[in-house]
Design a protein around this ligand. Structure first.
Ligand SMILES: Cc1cc2nc3c(=O)[nH]c(=O)nc-3n(C[C@H](O)[C@H](O)[C@H](O)COP(=O)(O)OP(=O)(O)OC[C@H]3O[C@@H](n4cnc5c(N)ncnc54)[C@H](O)[C@@H]3O)c2cc1C
Length: 592
């Protein structure tokens, strides 16, 4: 992809030409081949064992992981000189999306290839990679990541696990308990975070065979029951000094940078799961008859199908737009330079807000999808005979791990405001201009010759509204704004919807000219349905933020701005919903 390198968060103030966004229609043959390999693997090797896996027969997970190794699916992020493939982020997102249909297995896969392997790839010394990487990327060994503790989850840096250097300086003694460790039951290599001398937060590579590492019992979970989640207890666990990963006292960099990657990949994974769940819902709706006809003939069911199709289309557009942004930025780093991975982390961190958006938006879309798919199934959706029940349970974790959706929302707004304070994003000057526009009456003429002109005006208006509210918040609370979580959460909701609507519209604008009239109509319907729903959500968040921040005359003025800037002319909404639903019902799957 060859767009100009965009700054993280600049979508809030700048326009993006549609040619600059990466879309699923841009997948190369190689990327498609990886997707097909993954789909085939899941269908042939995992789904036939789904029930055994759900009953925690982890042998199928371990064997499946080895098979993934043989297929090259575990080495996508490792450098070529380390025996990997170092593919682009689009490919790894695509694999993440396709593997997600394997349910619990996909959690093991994601933990292994993401938080389990990336610390070693990014921070490992040549000796550490020599010793461990081949085992990990071949799937011989499974990997896990141990950050959370019983007393420290979101506040990960308050971890209590300690590390003390032995008298002879040859090893550290680790003591503490790590909580909720994915792959804990069968992993052979653990990235463990501990504080040296109760102070210096540091990462260690810990083998299962090291004396003093004890694997706890499996947690009894609500969902993803076929993934392994255990405590890892470190009881005077002896870790050789050469297994310190990265710099002493810099463990937080490892912990958090790896999570940025996890967040955008999670967006892709949950989008794949949402597509699968929707397909299941539509098939059921076509089969199930009530009042003498399939329930898919009812408007109430059709509206659900239309709304979900549109939301998943937005998820998908957002995820691959972000993959394109990351790939463009990463492609500017020269391979083989000594600080390659440091530059790499910086390039990913540039889009930390967008990674958070991917995590929150897409997991919320999956949540809505599985809830409605259960509803479409009626009573059968409540019983485990149908997969809808498992989808519903399995979904829930996505809003909790990789940083809860609350923590991610706070991070999204926090990151944007921080960039503004550092002068990396001219939010303040733009906010002043936006505020001035409140005082000037508007006579917006929409140029209908421009594709998706109505939606583009809405996007621009929402950006103006965000700037007005952000400006008002900063002016009122100054640096104390970071303590006003309710405001930050509402601001995050506006930011998220802006990025999502814009991603949906830009993709449609880019691909529409090459489509058949029928397909163009479906796409336009998806854009309309999604823009309407998302702008309503943004409007609610904006109204809330206005009440949280202002009072008196200024509040009245801002509320009138909320009304003006969230207006979206969704004429023909009902026909759009019906057209979209009919097409999805005919296709019996996610449409795009
Ligand atoms: C199945 C599963 C697998 C997991 N896998 C791993 C793994 O492999 N490795 C690993 O290290 N961890 C793992 N985790 C842990 C997971 O990352 C944490 O559960 C998560 O970070 C939340 O921490 P917590 O559970 O302690 O919740 P808490 O941090 O106690 O949060 C509880 C609630 O308070 C909110 N909250 C907390 N702090 C704030 C704040 N500052 N402002 C506003 N709201 C706040 C949260 O959003 C949440 O709603 C896993 C968890 C589960 C359930």
């Amino acid at each position: 992809m060859a767009g100009k390198i965009r700054k993280g968060g600049d979508f809030l103030i700048a326009e993006t030409p549609c040619q600059d966004v990466f879309t699923p229609e841009d997948f190369s043959d190689e990327q498609r081949a990886f997707a097909e390999t993954t789909e085939k693997f899941v269908t042939e090797e995992i789904l036939p064992h789904q029930e055994e896996i759900e009953n925690q027969d982890f042998s199928h997970v371990v064997v499946g992981m080895r098979k993934c190794g043989e297929l090259g699916l575990l080495m996508m992020d490792a450098a070529e000189e380390d025996g990997g493939l170092e593919l682009d982020k689009v490919s790894s997102m695509l694999v993440g999306e396709k593997i997600s249909t394997s349910g619990s297995f996909s959690v093991a896969f994601a933990a292994h290839t993401g938080i389990g392997t990336l610390p070693l790839i990014y921070y490992g010394t040549a000796q550490q990679k020599e010793k461990y990487l081949e085992k990990i990327i071949s799937g011989d060994w499974c990997a896990a990541y141990c950050l959370t503790e019983p007393g420290s989850g979101s506040d990960a840096l308050s971890a209590q696990t300690s590390a003390i250097l032995s008298d002879d300086g040859s090893h550290y003694l680790l003591n503490g308990t790590k909580q909720y460790i994915t792959n804990g039951g069968f992993a052979e290599l653990f990235t463990v975070f501990a504080k040296i001398d109760k102070e210096h937060f540091t990462a260690f590579l810990v083998e299962k065979s090291f004396p003093g590492l004890i694997v706890g019992n499996e947690e009894k979970k609500m969902g993803i029951k076929g993934s392994s989640t255990t405590q890892i207890i470190l009881d005077n666990c002896r870790v050789p000094v050469e297994n310190v990963l990265g710099e002493i006292g810099k463990g937080h960099k490892i912990a958090f940078n790896v999570l940025n990657i996890g967040r955008f990949k999670l967006g892709a994974g949950v989008t794949g799961a949402a597509k699968m769940a929707l397909g299941e819902g539509i098939r059921y709706a076509n089969e199930r008859k009530q009042f003498g006809q399939p329930i898919s003939a009812f408007g109430a069911i059709q509206e659900k199908i239309a709304d979900l199709t549109a939301a998943i289309y937005a998820s998908e557009s957002l995820v691959y737009r972000l993959a394109g942004l990351l790939d463009d930025n990463l492609s500017t780093i020269e391979k083989g330079i000594p600080d390659y991975y440091e530059q790499y982390q910086k390039a990913v961190e540039e889009y930390a807000a967008e990674c958070g958006i991917s995590k929150v938006f897409c997991s919320d879309v999956l949540a809505k999808t599985v809830d409605e798919v259960v509803q479409i199934h009626g009573g059968y959706g409540f019983c485990s005979e149908y997969p809808a029940e498992r989808y519903y349970r399995d979904e829930r974790i996505n809003r909790i791990f990789e940083g809860t959706n609350e923590i991610n929302r706070l991070l999204i707004t926090g990151m944007i405001l921080r960039r503004s304070m550092k002068g990396e994003l001219p939010l303040q000057s733009e906010a002043m201009k936006a505020f001035e526009s409140l005082m000037t009456p508007s006579f917006e003429e929409i140029d209908s010759s421009i594709p998706f002109a109505t939606e583009k005006v809405t996007i621009q208006n929402l950006k103006t509204l965000f700037l007005i509210l952000a400006g008002a918040g900063v002016q009122k609370f100054m640096e104390k704004l970071s303590d006003e979580q309710e405001i930050l959460m509402a601001a995050a909701d506006i930011i998220i919807q802006i990025f999502a609507i814009e991603s949906a519209v830009l993709r449609a604008e880019k691909i529409s000219p090459g489509l058949s009239p029928a397909r163009q109509e479906q796409l336009a319907a998806a854009v309309k349905v999604f823009t309407f729903n998302a702008s309503e959500e943004a409007a609610t968040a904006a109204r809330k933020a206005a009440y949280f921040v202002e009072e008196g005359d200024t509040l009245t003025m801002i509320l009138s701005g909320v009304r003006r800037f969230t207006k979206y002319d969704a004429g023909g909404l009902l026909s759009a919903k019906r057209a979209l639903a009919h097409a999805a019902i005919d296709a019996e799957k996610y449409l795009f």
